[in-house]
Design a protein around this ligand. Structure first.
Ligand SMILES: Cc1ncc(COP(=O)(O)O)c(C=O)c1O
Length: 400
């Protein structure tokens, strides 16, 4: 049998680590899992209460609206106003999606087809590369420079901007879309509003659509507040942004996100989705409305929790002689493989850490060729377990 659209997918390298982790656990070993970025912090209690209440009403059991019920779109418009000072028309500039991943995948379908090309950072969250490929487009990967020396994260954006411009200039046909995502998974690179202004000007000048996956909108450390691209005047002419309740509100399993911004792109995705789905289960939408309106400070608690874990991990690694620049955002630490182990490559090194230290992490190669000198740690274990992981790494990494 042939499955044409998925034939080209490479083997999923994270699966190898997952398998080792499962086997070790079955053998009774206590593996500390810093691999998959699956948030462990509970969702806000009010979300759970409202979900249960709304689920008891049979009127909420029917098909819902695929673009999201009006009060849900209004709630995210209010959130953008409070948080970013960005005004959104809930009717024309907001569409609800079943997670940011679904929104991103389907917006690529409406923006791109065979013969089109798109610029995507590398390394990258895998769907940023595969969504345009599924749409039939050609993906040009743009190196997102990451320095292992602890330079300021914002300066990394500087190098990336230059790489983007070079990639655009040398590409033919000219890319119609640029995908960006800051704070960035896996590299944790962050940019400021000034950087966003530059990309908006560039996109306006060359008639490019910018799709900004803002999954880590709420996760910025030491006072850093990740900017929304829509804070840039005129951004709505060229940009859409994906905002999700997955990370900031720790509601990963609920699958509630939004695509906001340019009204033509919003209308196009809304149209496609009206053919594809009947919307998220209505009690979930109702719970999401109440959560955004009444638990609007919850992301601050979530953020503080990730910051404390970041400090535990980066501090612990530093004490054992593994220098890792502390990230300014995301729920990850992107760690350059220490010199004496670098030759192993990230997959072998990650396997070594599960086998010898009982610590699971993600091999950087899984995020693209630019990632092979790194492993990614997800901050999904509490501080105590995180510190336990660093002690175990110290025993294993004897060449440090
Ligand atoms: C960059 C990025 N985008 C999107 C997602 C997934 O978001 P959602 O749960 O809203 O689909 C993740 C999750 O790890 C992510 O890192």
């Amino acid at each position: 049998m042939e499955f044409r659209r998925i034939n080209g997918l490479p083997p999923y390298v994270f699966a190898a680590i997952d398998q080792m982790k499962l086997e070790a656990r079955r053998a009774g070993r206590d593996v500390i899992d810093l691999g998959f970025g699956n948030p462990d912090i509970p969702s806000p209690p009010i979300a759970v209460e409202k979900l249960a209440e709304a689920a008891r009403n049979p009127r909420n059991h029917r098909y819902s609206a695929s673009r999201g019920i009006p009060k849900l779109r209004l709630a995210v418009a209010d959130l953008y106003d409070r948080r970013f000072g960005v005004q959104l028309d809930p009717d024309t500039e907001v569409v609800t999606t079943i997670g940011a991943k679904e929104g991103l995948s389907h917006v690529m379908w409406v923006l791109l087809g065979p013969g089109d090309s798109v610029l995507v950072p590398s390394p990258s969250y895998p769907i940023h590369i595969y969504a345009p490929l599924f749409a039939g487009a050609e993906v040009r990967q743009v190196r997102l420079g990451v320095s292992a020396t602890g330079d300021s994260e914002v300066s990394k954006g500087e190098e990336f901007f230059g790489n983007l411009v070079d990639a655009w200039e040398s590409a033919w046909p000219k890319p119609r879309v640029i995908v960006i995502s800051f704070p960035h998974n896996p590299t944790t690179a962050c940019v400021d509003l000034e950087w966003m202004s530059r990309i908006v000007s560039f996109a306006r000048e060359h008639e490019i659509v910018v799709v900004h996956d803002f999954a880590y909108a709420d996760i910025g450390f030491d006072g850093f507040k990740p900017p929304s691209i829509l804070q840039v005047p005129g951004a709505k002419d060229v940009a859409v942004e994906l905002y999700t309740l997955t990370k900031g509100f720790s509601m990963a399993g609920w699958r509630v996100a939004f695509m906001v911004g340019n009204r033509e792109v919003v209308a196009a995705l809304t149209k496609l989705k009206s053919y594809l789905d009947y919307g998220t289960f209505q009690p979930i939408q109702i719970a999401a409305i109440v959560t955004m309106n009444e638990a609007s400070e919850y992301p601050l608690e979530v953020n503080a929790c990730y910051q404390a874990r970041r400090d535990a991990l980066c501090g612990g690694l530093q004490r054992i002689g593994w220098e890792v620049p502390p990230p300014m955002g995301t729920m990850f630490v992107w760690a350059p493989i220490p010199e004496p182990y670098r030759e192993m490559g990230s997959l072998e090194f990650a396997k070594f850490l599960v086998a010898e230290a009982d610590v699971a992490c993600s091999p950087g190669i899984g995020f693209g060729p630019g990632g092979d000198a790194y492993v990614r740690f997800a901050l999904i274990e509490n501080e105590q377990r995180t510190l336990q992981a660093t002690r175990s790494l110290k025993r294993t990494l004897t060449k440090l």
